[in-house]
Design a binder for this molecule. Structure first.
Ligand code: CP3
Length: 344
């Protein structure tokens, strides 16, 4: 049994297991070399050899306890028929969602076939890593993916999707229904392919107004978990809901083997006294503190290690690594977590 699974099954270790959101990516020079060889980011996600290698790159450098599939939450709209383009310095831009054809066509798509490359990558990495390392699969939540689909990319005020939600527009409700189904199918397939753990990224959960949270965050996430549980009753599921830890008690009701990801805005006391009472926790070092490094990073890491020593905890960031992060800071962070001397 590896350390991550141990922690997620509520056992504890002397040093917590560690992996980092966006541990593969632009802060690594070896990633940038492979990225340059392929014209579009989406093609890179579907390049079996390169994406397998990129998944493993951070584990070659650092003593991480898990590999996370190199892919993106937007592969789902892409294969369902709403093409996604990654534009430098702008991020993802999606084609308009043509309701006349999209839902009709989406019904007929065999997801396991169209996502066979990410699934193959999971089985490749499960085979190439020792059993001491966990393999993490993932997907975005229905809401978080829907924000990109309906806003056609990264939004600043989310007005469009909010209006569609408030008016119960079929465009919104159908999109959410299609996504829930697709995400459930994909996550189950990821476990079948070799993922030991799955994480649901709900990076934009905090945008949903309070009055709508029960219907459009809590209920879809619970249905998704129930669907995965019906096939894989014991697979650990990490739910990372940025800005919505107040909903965690409702989300977990009746489920076991859940871990909660915690963003960097949540105070340590809340993480320990409230969230960890429900389930093992994961997080929440600020990615900006990791980028800054030095004494501030050491102080913040020490506080987390001290607070969670010997309890069910997975060390991670509160959000993904930023591309400007020096590689040395990541090496120093892992040394700190593993109890080695901090070398500046
Ligand atoms: O964590 C990992 O190392 C696995 C790979 C991974 C990526 N994206 C690679 C990526 C994962 C788990 C994601 C999740 C993801 N993608 C989320 C949820 C987590 C979060 O950050 O909130 C979201 C919202 C996306 C959508 C997305 N993908 C955006 C907004 C962007 C542009 C911003 C950016 O960082 O460039 C991406 C692109 C992306 N996804 C890159 C990588 C390595 C950079 C692409 C490049 O190299 O040009």
């Amino acid at each position: 049994m590896n350390q991550i699974l141990n922690a997620l099954q509520k056992n504890s270790e002397t040093h917590p297991p560690v992996w980092l959101m966006r541990q593969a990516g632009r802060y690594l020079p070896e990633y940038r070399i492979l990225r340059q060889k392929i014209p579009t980011f989406m093609d890179l996600c579907f390049h079996e050899d390169y994406a397998t290698e990129i998944t493993l790159q951070p584990l070659r450098r650092f003593e991480l306890d898990a590999a996370i599939l190199f892919s993106d939450i937007l592969v789902i709209p892409h294969v369902l028929g709403q093409k996604v383009h990654f534009i430098e310095k702008q991020g993802p831009v999606l084609d308009p969602l043509d309701a006349h054809t999209f839902f009709e066509k989406a019904k007929d798509i065999n997801l396991e076939e169209s996502l066979s490359v990410p699934l193959k990558i999971l089985s490749n990495i499960r085979k190439s890593l020792p059993s001491t390392k966990a393999v993490i699969g993932f997907a975005g939540s229905p809401w978080t993916i829907a924000t990109y689909m309906l806003e056609q990319g990264k939004s600043t005020n989310f007005t469009k999707i909010k209006m569609l939600m408030e008016t119960e527009s079929p465009l919104f409700t159908q999109t959410m229904a299609v996504l829930e189904e697709a995400i459930g199918t994909f996550l189950i397939a990821q476990v079948n392919a070799g993922a030991d753990v799955i994480q649901i990224f709900d990076s934009w959960a905090k945008v949903v107004p309070k009055a709508y949270q029960a219907t459009w965050i809590v209920a879809p996430i619970r249905r998704l978990i129930a669907r995965i549980r019906s096939r894989h009753p014991d697979t650990p599921i990490i739910y990372y809901g940025r800005g919505v830890c107040a909903l965690y008690p409702q989300i977990i009701k009746g489920f076991s083997h859940i871990t909660f990801g915690v963003d960097e805005d949540v105070p340590l006391s809340v993480m320990k006294d409230q969230i960890q009472k429900l389930a093992p926790v994961q997080g929440n070092l600020s990615p900006q503190v990791l980028r800054e490094g030095g004494e501030r990073m050491k102080t913040n890491v020490d506080a987390l290690l001290q607070a969670f020593q010997g309890t069910p905890y997975v060390f991670n960031l509160g959000h993904g690594i930023v591309p400007q992060t020096p590689v040395d800071h990541v090496a120093q962070l892992i040394d700190l977590v593993k109890g080695r001397v901090f070398q500046k």
